[in-house]
Design a protein. Structure first.
Length: 65
């Protein structure tokens, strides 16, 4: 679909609402992912080798997200 300025769109075209709604999906997915990884960091066992690795990886991905 070509981009057209808002002034040229007709009133029945609700694609602006579709793009606004679809742009929230990645934001919500990122928020959920960062919450899950933050929770995983806090519950990981930091006294074992794999727990530290899991905690550090989840904290790194949480910082990126």
């Amino acid at each position: 679909m070509k981009f057209e300025p808002i002034e040229k769109r007709n009133d029945k075209d609700n694609s602006i609402l579709f793009y606004m709604r679809s742009s929230l999906v990645p934001v919500l997915a990122d928020l959920i992912l960062s919450c899950l990884l933050g929770f995983l960091y806090f519950v990981s066992d930091m006294h074992t080798k794999y727990g530290r690795l899991l905690g550090l990886l989840s904290f790194g991905f949480w910082l990126i997200a």
